[in-house]
Design a protein around this ligand. Sequence first.
Ligand code: NAD
Length: 436
Amino acid sequence: MKLAFIGTGYVGLVTGACMAELGHEVVCADIDQKKINGLKRGKMPIYELGLEELVSKNVKKNKLSFTTNISKAIKDAEVIFNAVGTPEDKKTGKANLRYVYAVAETFGKNLNGYKILVNKSTVPVGTADQCRAIIEKAAGPTAEFDVVSNPEFLREGAAIKDFLNPDRVVVGVESEKAKEKMERIYRPLARAGRPVMFTNVRSAELIKYASNSFLATKISFINEIANFCEKVGANVKDVARGMGADTRIGSRFLYAGIGYGGSCFPKDVQALIETGKEQGFAFQIIEAADRVNDQQKIIPFEILKKEWKKNFKGKQVAVWGLSFKPRTDDVREAPAISIITSLLKAGAKVAAYDPIAMESFHEAHKELKVEYRHTAEEVLDGADVLLVLTEWDEFRTADLVTIQKMMKGSLIIDGRNIFEREEAEEAGFRYFGIGV
Ligand code: NAD
């Protein structure tokens, strides 16, 4: 089928390329000329495992193309996926739907026969109804179209694998015609045994927020248990292992640390809380998960405040990891941002290393005077403390004895619990983990 993706970011580019891989004819459109020019030359705007190969393969097969001509992309396609950003409005905590509505309007203005607008972006319950109203206003009351909700569940770092082998595909529809088209689009996945679930539009919209908020809550839950472990001499790694072995609980998302970040959990949790408020509904558990996460992020700074008696002047901090999780260059809402900001404000010097995300971190946070170094070893030179903020594999295999020799001080704050206390202490470190 002829598909258009409007918004060629993490989601639009990955899902667009994967849809081409499934055999559809896909055009990925974006208002960002630089991004599209780069893609036309084969330059990926993001780091994602296997993406460059997938894009280049499908471009060669004429299954995938790129454009800034949004109107034409809409006119030429049968089904249009809305994959623009829905960032948090920092003033209200709500999802900013400006871009989503702009696409709905352009869709309405370019409607030339029955088409479907599929909201793939994460949007609050009721957004499809708003889109429908916008389209009707732009296209007139006789216009024939459907608005479908098809939230995306891919994880950055494993995005292609996740899209092609999803646990489930959720599609919210209000008409048989739209359902049939969506069934055709996802038929290759259904044939491969992947569940494609149809619901009404509002349920599909809510499934995405409920899923992300549940996962965020699971992380905050184990973080709260970790904080209690510190008080009572238990080890959260063992507690989580014991809990996770129960198949009703499961071991995933039970890793204690300095909190969740990224472009989804923080904003989606906030947006659900705000949608609740609009309906006169208070999400008590989810609000608590959000609060716990805020406290979790400041733990490394609080430890240092105590250690250094609030005197950060002349202190050198080595930071390992800037992205919000490994295998991505995405730094949106990464705990590293608030931690480094606090450290610099307090007067410390920060040298940082990340295998992939240094450029994107610098680009997004030019105001932070961080010294970026080329290797994990280089940041250790003259360091009073090592902070591990992202659990990249190359950090896990580091030799603590060697690290200790390269540093000035002997303090390590392992915000992701990648080392063992015993091993760190044997290497001469004073070790702080999270609940271990
Ligand atoms: P992104 O910021 O990487 O990409 C959004 C793109 O949309 C940008 O390239 C921007 O230039 C483009 N854009 C904005 N307005 C436009 C317009 N009017 N016309 C055409 N293009 C326009 O965002 P993302 O991370 O891909 O997220 C997109 C949506 O998917 C969000 O709602 C997000 O919550 C959701 N989501 C993201 C992930 C993830 O892991 N990143 C996973 C699941 C769902």
